[in-house]
Design a protein around this ligand. Structure first.
Ligand code: GDP
Ligand code: MG
Length: 673
């Protein structure tokens, strides 16, 4: 039987008699449980309460106020609900959460909020804020419940909570154009009467407006007034325990404002209605709860935390200023003059420690959570400043390391009998150590500083520098080897070709072989010095063979260039024709057979052309230089082409003719005397 839930047929209050007679309990529902979870059962309960089909014809009221100020008692008295009331004698705990029920004989949803009884200061404000915001956003009328003696006491009357709720309500739910109004019905409990209600109301109204003025308002709503969103109504109730009858009477009177639309102070004005059809109310309410739950603004700091934030910032700023001044003398040398400051790490550490210590000394007395957060923020801020010096010092170390490497290597290569590979390695190691030791010494604890990148680039530069040094050194070495080869080849070749004997080529090949052999000894030394692989050495040796051969060939070509060759032929011819077997100059006599002499000397001389024409390997069987793409060994053996041989022979013959004539003439002139 739900007859007790039927609304009054006509307007006007339900009679007191029928109210008191009806004792059937109206079911209540915990819509948000102690784990902050929103119920699934609201639609079923709306049915139970006969409000499922109410459309817009229902109202919502909620209550606000400190713990144990008789809120639940008041709601039960006003609406015939059966919310838990704290039992003085048993001190039984009420169940935390947001509760909802229906007003007896009224189309009214009534919300009661239960926090934790006997909570400590600061504790559990989270749930209080959330539930207060939720009920403000979902209700048309908020009963603000407080003791008379709380009036004028900011903390005692929960005004701080109200400020937060006003603020978040404004940002979260009031930014749309059409402003929703809510009625704040302020109920002053245990109103003795010595201070008239009007005076209490004035004090409270002033407090509320002061709170409103201090809100940080969202953009566009900077100038909004509390009256844009709230209407106010004040009432007092007598002491329930001392004046129970009076209390009941006043509660009954107050009830009329809720169920009699004709009452001059009827609270459910249409403009307060949220315009949510009853069957959509559960979705609407649970969405609002979600929004409330996920809102960060509600995780607001306590007064203690606010104070801590303010003071920690101040203390941190003072310490930071002193800190910054101490860093000034480091900037120029490090950042402009590229100097390396030996004990920079220790100095930075001590300056940082000083700043942190001074912060700790004053700030650690404040709220621990805030202090720790601010401390770590400060540390970050200090580290950012110090990092500039750290990076600068790394750069300078880097430069110094490269410079030191170059200088040291130069010095090493001036020492006698140095080994290049060893020299480079030693210099690299020293420079690397210089950098690493310097870099490690400037890394501060409690930072994420690293010199890895700088070290990487440095190592790249080292490897470039040593590659270049190696190439330079190698060039130097091969150049001196080439010189050595040329020196060793030059004279013997000249000698062998100036007075050519049949074994001239054999001698030259021998010279070549000796030269290559001694060059190879030099190469072995170089290879050792460069720490070359055997393959590299092999290549160098075959290169040496070829290069030495080319030097040899060039020398031969020089020696046998046309004029030189003709000179050689002429001197051989003169030797044969103009000197006798004892090496004495011939004086031609008429009986001498000049013609035969001449013929023999000429023929003998011309054999030289054949000798010079091709490098003869008859006595050096198996001698060969490996041919390459650009080098053909067989071809390189040919010194004079066929055409060249004929040309030279002809030119020599013409020259020799002059000697023949000269000889003839000398006989004529001797005979004529
Ligand atoms: P709530 O925590 O605000 O919901 O408070 P309750 O309704 O549970 O009541 C807390 C205690 O205050 C109970 O022991 C009530 O008997 C008592 N109480 C209720 N109303 C009044 C009142 O008007 N005056 C006084 N002095 N005590 C009351
Ligand atoms: Mg209660």
């Amino acid at each position: 039987d739900v007859s007790h839930l039927t609304p009054p047929a006509s307007k006007g209050s339900i009679s007191t008699t029928s109210w008191e007679k009806d004792t059937q309990t109206i079911p209540r529902l915990q819509i948000v449980d102690e784990h902050q979870k929103f119920t699934q059962d609201l639609p079923a309960y709306l049915e139970k309460w006969n409000l499922g089909d109410a459309g817009f014809k229902y109202n919502v009221v909620a209550v606000f106020g400190s713990q144990s100020t008789g809120k639940s008692t008041l709601l039960n008295g006003l609406f015939g609900t059966s919310f838990d009331v704290m039992d003085e004698n048993q001190r039984s705990q009420t169940t935390k959460g947001i509760w909802m029920s229906r007003g007896r004989g009224m189309h009214v949803l009534v919300m009661d909020v239960e926090g934790t009884d006997g909570r400590e200061r600061g504790e559990d404000q989270d749930f209080e804020r959330k539930s207060a915001l939720f009920s403000m956003a979902t209700s048309e009328v908020i009963i603000l419940n407080l003791w008379e003696h709380q009036v004028g006491l900011y903390q005692g009357a929960n005004m701080g909570l109200l400020k937060t709720v006003f603020e978040v309500n404004l940002t979260l739910f009031q930014t749309q154009k059409s402003k929703e109004k809510t009625l704040l019905l302020i109920v002053i409990r245990d109103h003795v009467g010595s201070t008239p209600l009007a005076n209490l109301a004035r004090t409270l109204q002033a407090d509320l407006e002061k709170i409103w003025a201090g809100l940080s308002k969202p953009e566009g709503l900077e100038n909004c007034k509390i009256h844009d969103y709230f209407d106010f109504m004040y009432t007092g109730l007598p002491h329930k325990v001392l004046l129970p009858e009076k209390f009941n009477e006043e509660v009954a009177n107050l009830r009329c404002r809720f169920n009699d639309p004709a009452h001059p102070d009827f609270v459910f004005k249409p403009e307060y209605h949220k315009r949510i059809p009853a069957d959509g109310y559960h979705i609407y309410a649970s969405n609002i709860w979600d929004k409330v739950l996920t809102n960060k603004d509600l995780d607001l700091p306590t007064q203690q935390e606010l104070l801590a934030q303010y003071r920690c910032d101040e203390i941190s700023n003072v310490a930071f200023e002193i800190f910054s001044k101490k860093l000034v003398p480091f900037r120029k040398p490090i950042l402009e003059k590229a100097q390396i400051i030996e004990d920079l790490g220790e100095q930075m550490l001590s300056i940082r420690k000083e700043a942190i210590d001074s912060f700790d000394k004053n700030a650690s007395r404040y709220h621990q959570g805030v202090y720790e957060k601010k401390r770590s923020e400060m540390l970050t801020k200090l580290n950012i400043q110090l990092n500039v010096l750290f990076v600068g010092q790394l750069k300078n170390l880097h430069k110094k390391a490269i410079l030191t490497f170059d200088e040291n290597l130069k010095a090493e290569l001036k020492k006698p009998n140095y080994n290049f590979a060893v020299a480079v390695e030693t210099c690299l190691k020293n420079s690397q150590e210089l950098f690493l030791n310097g870099a490690k010494a400037v890394i501060l604890p409690d930072t994420e500083w690293s010199y890895a990148n700088e070290l990487n680039t440095l190592e790249e530069e080292f490897s470039q520098a040593s590659t270049k040094a190696r190439t330079d050194e190698f060039k130097k070495m091969t150049k001196s080897l080439a010189k050595q080869v040329e020196n060793e080849l030059s004279e013997p070749v000249t000698l062998a070709l100036n007075d050519p004997k049949p074994d001239a080529w054999h001698k030259i090949i021998q010279t070549y072989t000796n030269t290559v052999e001694s060059g190879q000894t030099t190469l072995d030394k170089i290879a050792k010095s460069f720490n070359s692989s055997s393959k590299e050495l092999e290549e160098s040796i075959s290169d040496l063979r070829l290069q030495a051969w080319l030097v040899l060939r060039k020398k031969i070509d020089e020696e046998l260039a046309d004029t030189m060759l003709l000179l050689k032929l002429r001197s051989r011819f003169e030797e044969k024709f103009r000197y006798d077997d004892h090496g004495l100059p011939r004086v031609w006599k008429p009986e001498d057979d000049i013609d035969s002499h001449f013929k023999r000397a000429k023929e003998d001389t011309l054999t030289l052309v054949a000798l010079f024409a091709k490098i003869n390997l008859n006595d050096d069987e198996g001698f060969e230089i490996e041919s390459t793409e650009d080098f053909d060994f067989k071809q390189s053996l040919i010194v004079l082409s066929e055409a060249k041989q004929i040309d030279i022979s002809n030119r020599f013959k013409r020259e020799s003719d002059a000697f023949y004539l000269e000889a003839k003439r000398s006989v004529v002139s001797t005979t004529a005397k």
